[in-house]
Design a binder for this molecule. Structure first.
Ligand code: AMP
Length: 281
């Protein structure tokens, strides 16, 4: 497995690959878990060369506390990437990606960035768009792999490549969970033992909401989730939204030919956790 810290050297290597070689790309912020590695394995199944990046992108953090405490486990990450079949790892510095201008570009994501994560984390998706676009320009992959764990991000990246006519196929991958249902996240290691025991409550509540959605009104499901979280001392609900998968806006009435999803963000102390689930009726 090749490791590059410089975009010039990475590009020089990628330029030497045969023309017909299919390149798959998995952008990450490191502190890798099996969810990340599933993206690498999926990329390996469909591409000849898999490039993963590890870069904690400062412009997508709205809270300094979150950025300062973001876990870093580089040595273990590299071992895990190699084992998962990754061919190339790109680990740029902030200077390599931003020079001396650590600012985001402006994007028009047709409103996809105005709700949920976008509404609660100011500037988050402009930061995500900026870094993913730069990484795409450097790696120029044929396919890029993203997790449905960050479903809103996945839809925004699809919107970006579509609007900017970037010739990369964006592939969504299912959410990987711990045995007790907690969605895998790099931030889970920051949970205290008591918060870690409480955290599977998030997915358990989503499963109950999924069941209720079949027979109850949207207001009833929402009320159920809000009230359920009031019983949990260690978890604070930030939002729960039932939205159309394509436009991500909250639904007011259920329509048969649409796809819906429930999206949730919860604080466990300072640690913010997100999850989502398909909703059918
Ligand atoms: P991150 O390192 O958190 O920026 O995540 C890098 C990529 O891994 C993103 O496309 C995430 O959606 C994806 N990812 C993170 N957690 C999971 C998970 N539990 N299951 C599947 N994909 C995930």
């Amino acid at each position: 497995m090749r490791i590059y810290r410089s975009k010039r050297f990475l590009q020089a290597y990628l330029h030497r690959l045969p023309f017909e070689n299919k390149v798959g790309f998995v952008p990450t912020m490191g502190a890798l878990h099996d969810g990340h590695l599933s993206l690498v394995k999926n990329a390996k199944n469909s591409c000849n060369t898999v490039v993963a990046s590890i870069f904690v992108n400062p412009t997508q953090f709205d809270r300094k506390e979150d950025l300062d405490h973001y876990p870093s486990t580089l040595e273990a990450d590299l071992k895990a990437l190699q084992k998962a079949g990754c061919d190339v790892v790109f680990i740029p510095s902030v200077k390599e990606m931003y020079q001396n201008q650590i600012v985001s570009e402006d994007f028009d994501f047709d409103g996809l960035d105005q709700v949920m994560e976008g509404a609660h984390r100011k500037g988050h998706f402009a930061g995500v768009g900026t870094i993913v676009k730069r990484l795409f320009e450097i790696v120029k992959p044929h396919e890029a792999f993203f997790g449905e764990k960050d479903f809103q991000q996945l839809q925004i990246i699809k919107k970006m490549v579509n609007k900017e006519q970037i010739p990369i196929k964006i592939i969504g991958n299912p959410i990987y969970r711990e045995a007790d249902g907690l969605a895998m996240s790099s931030r889970n290691v920051r949970l205290t033992p008591a918060q870690r025991i409480a955290a599977p409550f998030i997915y358990q509540t989503l499963l109950k909401a999924q069941k209720l959605f079949k027979s109850h009104t949207i207001e009833e499901v929402e009320e159920f989730v809000v009230q359920t979280f009031k019983t949990q001392k260690l978890l604070e609900l930030e939002y729960f939204s039932m939205a159309d998968e394509m436009i991500l806006l909250p639904i007011d009435k259920k329509e048969k030919n649409k796809k819906y999803r429930g999206f949730i963000a919860v604080f466990a102390g300072p640690v913010r956790l997100i999850d989502n689930i398909e909703l059918n009726f």
